[in-house]
Design a binder for this molecule. Structure first.
Ligand code: AMP
Ligand code: MG
Length: 401
């Protein structure tokens, strides 16, 4: 049995990185991972820009208000100044409009009177630079705005659009498949007969993969016979990554490892000192990855998040594929056996402090308890007590916030 950190290191070192680049339209880029650094092809703003509706002036002209100036031009957003501003002159400008040469300040309309007439009276002084966003103040042409390995979110879309990046170079997403093994399994839409249970791992893993931005194939459930399993795993190995659950422990019908060996999969981990999730198989074959996740529903989800997640993010091209870990104060003792690292579902609260409370659970089949949690508290190996008020590491994901 290997330590959790060692398992993660081994998995990340064998997980392949991104393999192909493809261009996708900007409006389909959400959730994709950038394959190249992106630079802006324009200055932002592209010209000295008014940031208020009002009048572009020469600061010196309005140093002793009130000052009456001739309004010589009218520049709407999208317009172009018709000439230079000379002493004694003002230009009506709208927010977003280019400021004419010669002007060095914008007076907001509220500080003026006479709007719409040939002259304007400016009632307050305007220091140089007031309400003008200088050309290239935000971005200079050629400056990288986004780095390769960034997953595109809403803000990135806006940046990409501003940088003129359409289509967008992204890493081609790996194809992934989910297979649930077990004679006892029926699909969620069925009523389980005697001795049967519903397949909960399949849908959970599919959803997990979707939450990463992947588009998984559901290979359904397969019985614990060598022939069926061989056929299903063979199909699963047609994908860049196969996530299967069940059949990886030491039971009489746990054939997954044998089948993986038959296919020539190089197995890097089999048992990891983590609870939940001791049996965790990770293998690679010709640049493809296979995870044999534990059958226990809570174990399968936890291991998917903390071991498969980082490997998949590496494969997707993330700059930093690691799980997100934050520190929080533990609100009650965690008593444990020292033989393994425990990942305990908890509820995290960001109030005046960040505090995390373990969810009471009755083991690896206690789905309701897992559902009450929104994070995983890391209780280290080689310790039998993590005390209340200790600062602990907590694995978080979006649901926490
Ligand atoms: P196994 O690792 O195949 O021995 O499975 C361990 C436990 O998890 C058993 O109680 C199985 O019935 C259960 N289990 C395995 N696969 C699933 C699944 N896809 N959905 C729900 N429970 C499962
Ligand atoms: Mg099984």
């Amino acid at each position: 049995m290997i330590d959790f950190d060692e398992a993660l290191r081994i998995i990340l070192s064998h997980a392949p990185g991104p393999q192909e680049i493809q261009m996708v339209p900007l409006d389909a880029a959400i959730g994709q991972v950038l394959a190249q650094d992106i630079a802006s092809d324009v200055d932002v703003p592209p010209f000295d820009k008014a940031s208020m509706d009002g009048f572009a002036v020469r600061s010196a002209d309005v140093a002793q208000p009130p000052a009456t100036l001739d309004v010589v031009m009218d520049v709407p957003a999208g317009g172009v100044p018709t000439g230079r501003l000379e002493p004694g002159q003002a230009a009506a400008v709208m927010t977003g409009a280019p400021v004419p040469e010669g002007a060095d300040a914008v007076v907001q309309v509220e500080w003026t009177s006479g709007f719409g007439t040939p002259t304007v009276e400016v009632n307050r002084a305007a220091p140089k630079g007031m309400h003008i966003s200088p050309k290239a103040d935000i971005l200079k042409v050629g400056t990288p705005v986004l780095l390769a390995g960034t997953q595109v979110d809403v803000e990135e879309l806006s940046l990409l659009a501003g940088a003129g990046c359409d289509p967008v170079p992204v890493f081609k997403q790996p194809s992934v498949a989910v297979l649930s093994t077990g004679d006892e399994l029926v699909s969620p839409g069925e009523t389980p007969g005697p001795g049967k249970i519903r397949n909960t791992n399949g849908p959970a893993l599919i959803g997990f993969l979707r939450s990463l931005g992947l588009n998984p194939a559901n290979l359904g459930q397969v019985s614990d016979t060598l022939d069926d399993l061989r056929a299903a795993v063979g199909k699963g190995l047609g994908y860049d990554c196969l996530l299967l659950s069940g059949g990886v422990s030491a039971g009489a019908y746990d054939f997954v490892q044998d089948i993986l060996n038959e296919f020539g999969v190089e197995v890097h981990t089999t048992r990891v000192a983590v609870k939940p999730g001791k049996p965790t198989v990770f293998g690679t074959l010709n640049g493809k990855m296979v995870f044999g996740l534990p059958g226990n529903p809570v174990s399968a989800m936890v291991i998917a998040r903390v071991l498969a997640g980082p490997a998949l993010r590496k494969r997707m091209g993330y700059q930093d594929p690691a799980s997100r870990v934050i520190r929080a104060r533990l609100t009650s003792d965690i008593r444990k056996k020292p033989d393994r690292l425990w990942l305990v579902h908890g509820t995290i609260a960001f109030d005046r402090e960040t505090a995390v409370t373990p969810v009471k659970n009755r083991g690896s089949a206690d789905l309701p308890a897992a559902g009450r949690g929104n994070c995983l508290i890391v209780a280290p190996k080689d310790t039998s007590l993590v005390e209340k008020d200790a600062q602990v590491e907590v694995v978080v994901w979006r649901r926490c916030f």
